[in-house]
Design a protein around this ligand. Sequence first.
Ligand code: ADP
Ligand code: MG
Length: 244
Amino acid sequence: MSRPEIRVSGLHKSFGSNEVLRGIDLEIGQGEVVCVIGPSGSGKSTLLRCVNLLEEPTRGQVFVGGTELTDPDVDIDAARRRIGMVFQQFNLFPHLTVTENLTLPQRRVLRRSKAEAAKAAAENLRRVGLAEKADAYPSSLSGGQQQRVAIARALAMGPAVMLFDEPTSALDPELVGDVLAVMRMLADEGMTMMVVTHEMTFAREVADRVVFMDGGVIVEDGAPEQVIGAPRHERTRHFLSRLL
Ligand code: ADP
Ligand code: MG
């Protein structure tokens, strides 16, 4: 593997007495695409949220781009700027235009000038195929378009790593393809990506590795053709059989 861009080591996370992550070890190399699959409640979202410290791990370490985010002395805001996150819900500001949704975090967090922020906004709207929606309001867009705006908003911050938490799960089936196409483009461009998804075709075709989680542990971690095509563990087989 190339130098790990994301490294999670001995990660535990409990909510009260509920131990949700029970010792996760995971490395994701630069430019690698890793899909995380597993049943509801297995800890996928919690893992993703621990990677950018939206959740504070109970124990263990998280490194992104060589910086330890779990180091109490780290500048967490600076470290988080390397990490883009896209959620199931797009979380766009309804009272702002598409462009304003993209420029606001750049201005606030990166202190970019208006012109710089506008330039990055336009560039990234073009990347996701929505240049013509620059002045539209989110409510006038389809769910798939809104999610592509959310992706463009994350990209405009210039992240080294992108985290996706079930980005297509809230979409009508006919809108899923456009969002997956954008994610595929990012993968082809060499973006380091960690994607929680139930889209097995995407996982098979785009992921370098698939990680199957159950009960707060990684049960299986390997090439898609192995984990999805020829799972070694009964729990993985059971999960996959229920998806079909
Ligand atoms: P998944 O994304 O795989 O469905 P989650 O990581 O969302 O799983 O949740 C795993 C477990 O952690 C669930 O039992 C859930 O109820 C619990 N959990 C997640 N977030 C919180 C929270 N903020 N407070 C308490 N419990 C939580
Ligand atoms: Mg989840």
